[in-house]
Structure formats: C-alpha cells, structure tokens
Ligand binder design. Structure first.
Ligand code: UD1
Ligand code: CA
Length: 449
C-alpha cells in the first residue's frame, strides 16, 4: 500500500531561544527531523513531503541528507497545522493510498504505532494517535464516544468539562491521502487563535458521514520538544532506550549510563563497549569488536575482532578491518587499515591506506595537509613504521619496508627497503660530565651575588 508522509516542520520554536529551526536541534547526534522521518521510514513511504517555514533552506537540506527523495514545500506565513498540511496538496495531487502526518519536533513515535494506525484505517476514515496524559496541560483533548472519536478540542477552545479529559491528541493523523487533503481544504480559522487547526478535520469528516477513531500509544512516544529542557529530556530518553536495546541485543556495556549512541549506531552481538564512549553519526561496530573506555567515534566501521582505545578517536572514513588494534591517544581519519594492522600509541593516521599486518610505531604522523590540499599516504603490507615517523604525503611505503624511528619520510620507499630520514647521531665521550660541572659553577657564581 502506498504511504505518503507529511512532516510538519515550519514552526519557529520560539521557546528554544535559538537561531536554529527547531526541527534541526539534535538528539542522539541527529536532527529531530531525522527521528520523525526514521519512524516513517519503516513504512517504506512512496512520498515524503516536509513542510518548511522558519529556516526553510536548512530544513530542506537536512531532509535531503536523510532521504534524497524527500520533497519540501514552503509554508509562509504559518497559519496553523491544517494550513501546513494544505501546502502539501499540489505535490500530492496525483497521490493515492494513505497519508500520515507527523511533526518534525516529535522524535519518538514508533514505527509499530504508525503500523497500528494504518491497520485501524480498516475501521475508520480518519485515525488519530492519542495518549493518556499524566499532565494534559495545553494538549488538544480527544472527545470519544465508545469506539468513535467525535471531535478534538484545542485547549484554548475547550470548556472546563472538556479540559478535564485526559485523553490527548499527539498530532499524528492517518487517512486516505485525498480525503485528508479535501478535509484540510475545508478547515476554517474561526477560533480564538485565528489559526487553521488540523484537529478540525475530525468534525468535518463526521459531517460527511465518515468515521474517526483513536489509536492509543504510550505518552513517552509523543514527547515533543519545545524547550531546551525538553531537548535534554529527549536525549536522556533516547539514550536510556538505546542502552537497553544494546544490552538486549547482546552487547556488553561496562557502564551503560556513560555510553552515548547516535540514532544510526549499529553495534553487533558480543561487542564490548567500555565506559564513557561516545558514538557520533554513522558508526558500525561488528560483532566481537571491543571499544575501550573514553573513545570518540564518528563515521567509522570497526570489524570483528578489532580493538580500539582507551582514549582513541575514529573520525569519518576510518575503516578498521578484522583484528586491527588501535591503542591509546590515536586518531584515525579517512583511512583504511587492513587486517591485523597495529597502531598502538599516540599517532595520527589521516588520508591513508595501510596494508595488512603493518605495525605503526608510537608517535607516527601522516602529514596529510600542506596548508592548502590534503594528500594520501600509502603504506604496504607487513611494513614496520618506526616510532615518531613523519610521513609527508603524498608518499608511498612499499610492502615489507621499514622506516627508522624519528624519520621524516618525504620520498617514496620501495618494497623491502629501509628508509632513514634523520640526522646522524654524534657522540662525545665524557662531555656530559664536563657540561654539568660548568653549569653548576655558573649557578654557584650567581648565588653569591
Ligand atoms: C498541536 C495540536 C494539539 C496537540 C499538540 C500535540 C493542532 C491545532 N493542535 O498543538 O491538538 O495536542 O499539537 O503536540 O494541530 N506547524 C507548522 N505550521 C504551522 C503550525 C505548526 O508546520 O502553521 C508545525 C510545528 O512546527 C510543529 C507542529 O506543526 O512541528 C505542531 O505545531 P504546534 O504549534 O506545536 O501545535 P500545538 O499548539 O502544540
Ligand atoms: Ca507543540
């Protein structure tokens, strides 16, 4: 069945006190908008329409990074949620099947909940997602009669009796796409706020003899972000769930409450994650890999049997093959480390290819940037890079070669060669003792003045 997602993200988010459009504030290293889109992704939507307004260009860019097929439509001015949905009408003129309306600032709706709404469409023309609110506050109230939803009353319009209702509107709507568009076209703005309320479609549908119903979800799913406080709560809620899921999936977390996941982190079974590990976007850790404490990972892939850290940083494009060892105070960026490579200590490997079973000594640096351009370092298989080698890219070190400690390697090293690029050592017997005596004499002479 074809599903069109309509994501409302035009609002300013005044209470965030921010220059950034609300839907672009991040939870789990991903914009709120991506969370909303991720919930809908499981339904394999045939169309995704994001309604933008404040910060439209940035929001459109974020939509495109999530899914190139996402279409954006501008709502200007913002006259309410029904008006926002109505903006999608020209794009969806020929669409068939179901429409689901989501909010860009509501990150935790579960795919299963949306599937339940689609299923409920066999009974009702309009399906609304509701929840029992602990503190109903200013939410719209759902007025139900048995199995049927009679109408939704916005808080501002509600009577005292209606305000005492605790069943609230999450904002998520599911209906046939053309029915939805024809309903929102009929919504007026004769209310206290002078806004076009999406919630009015329930009464309008019933006037057409169409039925409306409610699917109920847990209040935690409907958590919307309106303030920085709620953003922090959303982060905490996401992390709590992600940690529990990782543990359930067979990942060892030594200190779960100190590990931070991103929306798209993948960690395989029997991986071990030590304390204080932070995952940025785009990380995959295969089964059985180990990430020791205090590592910071982003845009990288760690294969089976590899171990990383403590105190290592893997940046975008770091690809670690099986059994790679990356030790403490090592940074890897845009580099491919083949099977069994060891980079044990204090090194920077950026824009590089490192062949299998090569050993990179402590303090090695790929000097990849000349101040204007980046260059690549190519290191072959079973190479021994001596400690404190500076590899001035572009440069290639052939298979089985060795670089002497402290070398600055500016020219290619052929396979199996030894390359030394350092000043020759000078040794002067007895000179140290004489030097110290002279220095002590100078110090003593100064003391007398
Ligand atoms: C809305 C619902 C309310 C529900 C609550 C749940 C209406 C009239 N009310 O109220 O019943 O309980 O959500 O959180 O629908 N937006 C636009 N364009 C606009 C207005 C809003 O894109 O012109 C977007 C906002 O960016 C936001 C979402 O729609 O993502 C909801 O808007 P908001 O103003 O927060 O609605 P509420 O007043 O909270
Ligand atoms: Ca809101």
């Amino acid at each position: 069945m074809a599903v069109s997602l309509i994501v409302l993200a035009a609002g300013m988010g005044t209470r965030m006190n921010s220059d950034l459009p609300k839907a672009l504030h991040k939870v789990a290293a991903a914009p709120l908008l991506h969370h909303a889109l991720a919930a809908g992704r499981a339904l394999e939507p045939s169309r995704i329409v994001v309604v933008t307004g404040h910060g439209a260009e940035e929001v459109a860019r974020a939509a495109a990074t999530y899914d190139e097929a996402a279409e954006c439509v501008m709502q200007e001015p913002q006259l309410g949620t029904a008006h926002a949905v109505a903006q999608a009408a020209p794009l969806l003129a020929g669409a068939t099947g179901e429409a689901i309306v989501l909010y860009g600032d509501t990150p935790f709706i579960r795919p299963e909940t949306l599937a339940a709404m689609l299923a409920a469409r066999s009974e009702h023309a309009v399906v609304i997602l509701g929840f029992e609110a602990r503190d109903p506050g200013r939410y719209g109230r759902l007025i139900v009669n048995g199995n049927s939803l009679e109408r939704i009353v916005e808080y501002k319009e509600a009577s005292e009796a209606e305000r005492s209702v605790t069943l609230c509107n999450s904002g998520v709507v599911c209906a046939d796409v053309q029915t939805l568009l024809s309903l929102v076209a009929e919504v007026g703005n004769a209310n206290t706020a002078g806004e076009y309320y999406l919630t009015d479609i329930v009464e309008l549908a019933r006037r057409r003899g169409l039925s409306a119903g409610v699917v109920i979800c847990d209040e935690a799913e409907t958590l919307g972000v309106n303030t920085r406080q709620q953003l922090a709560e959303a982060e905490a809620a996401f992390q709590a769930r992600a940690r529990a899921e990782a543990l359930d999936n067979g990942v060892t977390l030594t200190a779960p409450e100190t590990v931070f996941f991103a929306l798209d982190t993948h960690v395989g079974r029997d991986a071990i994650i030590g304390p204080h590990v932070l995952f940025g976007p785009g990380v995959t850790i295969e089964s059985g890999a180990e990430i020791k404490g205090f590592c910071h990972l982003e845009g990288c892939h760690v294969s089976r049997g590899a171990d990383v850290g403590p105190f290592a940083r893997l940046r975008p494009g770091a690809e670690l093959a099986e059994d790679v060892h990356v030790g403490n105070f090592v940074e890897i960026k845009n580099a491919i480390l083949d099977e069994g490579v060891k980079v044990g200590h204090l090194s920077y490997i950026g824009d590089a290819d490192v062949g299998e079973f090569t050993n990179i000594g402590a303090g090695t640096v790929t000097c990849n940037y000349d101040g204007v351009m980046k260059h690549r370092t190519r290191i072959g298989k079973r190479v021994f890079i001596g400690s404190d080698t500076m590899l001035v890219a572009p440069v290639t070190v052939g298979d089985g070669a060795l670089t002497g400690s402290g070398s600055v390697i500016t020219e290619d090293v052929p396979a199996e060669a030894v390359a030394l690029g350092r000043a020759k050592q000078v040794t002067k017997p007895g000179l140290a003792t004489k030097l110290f005596e002279r220095l002590k004499a100078i110090k003593a002479a100064k003391g007398k003045v």
